[in-house]
Design a protein around this ligand. Sequence first.
Ligand code: ATP
Length: 644
Amino acid sequence: MSDTTANSAGQKQTHGFQAEVKQLLQLMIHSLYSNKEIFLRELVSNASDAADKLRFMALSDSSLYGDDGDLRVRISLDETARTLTIIDNGVGMSEQDVISHLGTIAKSGTKEFFSQLSGDQSKDSNLIGQFGVGFYSAFIVADKVTVRTRKAGAAANEAIEWESAGEGDYSITPITKDSRGTEIVLHLREGEDEFLSRWTVEKIVTKYSDHISIPVEFWQEEQPESEGEDGEKVAAVPGHWQAVNKATALWTRDKSELTDKEYNEFYKHISHDWNDPLSWSHNKVEGKSNYTSLLYVPKKAPFDMWNRDAQHGLKLYVQRVFIMDDAEQFMPSYLRFMKGVLDSSDLPLNVSREILQDTKVTQSLRKGCTSRTLKMLEKLSKDSEKYQAFWDEFGQVLKEGPAEDMANKEQIAALLRFSSTHTDDTVQSVSLADYISRMKEGQDEIYYIVADSFAAAKNSPHLEVLRKKGLEVLLLSDRIDEWLVQHLTDFNDKKLRSVAKGGLDLSKLDDEDTKKAQQETEQAFASVIARFKTALGSQVKDVKVSHRLTDSPACVVTDEHDMSTQMIKLMESAGQKVPEVKPIFEINAEHNLVKHIADEQDEQRFKEWSEVLLDQALLAEKGSLKDPASFVNRLNHLLLSLAK
Ligand SMILES: Nc1ncnc2c1ncn2[C@@H]1O[C@H](COP(=O)(O)OP(=O)(O)OP(=O)(O)O)[C@@H](O)[C@H]1O
């Protein structure tokens, strides 16, 4: 069966696996055992990728095909030797390729993956699935794997044999291999005889790899001449390789003839994800633009979603010829979690990443894919359970949308979900439309607060009067939120309004009696306010009677057009110089502590109280003080004087 011979000139060398590979192999063998048949999916998937890569290289050098242009994968079983062999005539590997691909893990997210392992087998098996199992899954069922490979364009005697028992090391030997491509021989472990059964293996291949676009073939034994039902002679059929799959690119097939299972398996093939996708959208566009897109929303975020250098994007084909993986030009960054295939008839076959950067075709494809994705998410949002699962994984990325994509701002805003005082729950499930539907009569703005944490937002003194009036407030505490509200200033003609800023005016919602009472308090308190202003001097921009507090004695707010506290913190943490922003100090005239201070006749003591009150308010707002020691000293001094 094998077309290889040992290369007498070559020396066998032994190499150690990278430490992570050893760990991954151990984990895989133990955690994925109950799902062991997936090794076939992984190896057939790699063979199909190898065919795609060869086709791509042959676009510029068709001699790479040699006399072997029909790309395919073959699977053969040998009961006596107890081996299962997968043979492709794809791109193959050089010695260097073999060492770097089959001895190390060169993937972004590797560190995060290993740091998240828990030792719990079922949890870890899911993590491995998400991370991608790939070639090493062969060791779930094999106690020895032999790979023989010859790279396209290399001579027969430049082939390589890689062999390992999946423990600490592997060997590499130069060999002679007559044909191009890769042959992977799995020496099955004791007890894995089911993978020697043609029927079983064929069934698994059909289950997982029906969508593979090249033929997956099994050997069909010779059929001797026989007699038909009516005694007629049926000619002998010689032994031949026969495909068990449809071998057409799945996205070129008609939607109506594709099953969910096929879509799911295809997703796993292109994404290297373990889970089924959450949803997909398959579209053929004809007319001004001609392309087919098959876009998937994954269930789980990849390990490297927050890594700026991580690769993402669609698999690009031009007229069914694979061109590149991770073509990021067709999706905006805030949709970088999307997976899928784009097959364009308008791009040239020799298109490169550089050319893609700024062609009209790219722009129109990007527009099409973006709009398709947003529609898909909108549809998904009708199923609140599924959409919540999506939001919990990818919501933070989608929140980058309004800043990045002005044209689709309103549509993206409709997809956003927040925590709010309606539920007071950390789960972000409130849409802006939900919020608007609950707005009180006379309310024409969407209220929000941005804080460092959910607890800080939820317990902020700024919410006191809004809670009392039954006005809902969005509780924002993700890192991206301050950035989001800078760009998302309104939705459905309703302005978004920070409750921590000076411009908040709830008087429209108050009845005449309340307004009158407020005016009276302001007048009665005018002299106390003047004392506060003198006592605090340049520490504050202004001092006012507050109408937003019920339980707290005081709070600070930023002037409507000043930079918000949260924005200042973000800029400071990014090492940027921020101009000093003085707070407006608001006093709750009804609070007993404030009444006590107002009665204080000693101006020195009044100043101390004012400063303690201001520091308290700053602490509640920012979570820290510039000079905490002085605050503690002043507070202790006052406490002592009260204790006397
Ligand atoms: N049959 C093959 N022909 C040519 N190259 C191959 C073949 N099988 C594996 N490789 C090379 O080895 C690399 C590693 O394969 P492996 O399956 O472990 O990872 P992957 O396919 O890149 O991603 P994943 O681990 O998510 O499946 C591949 O990217 C490819 O370069």
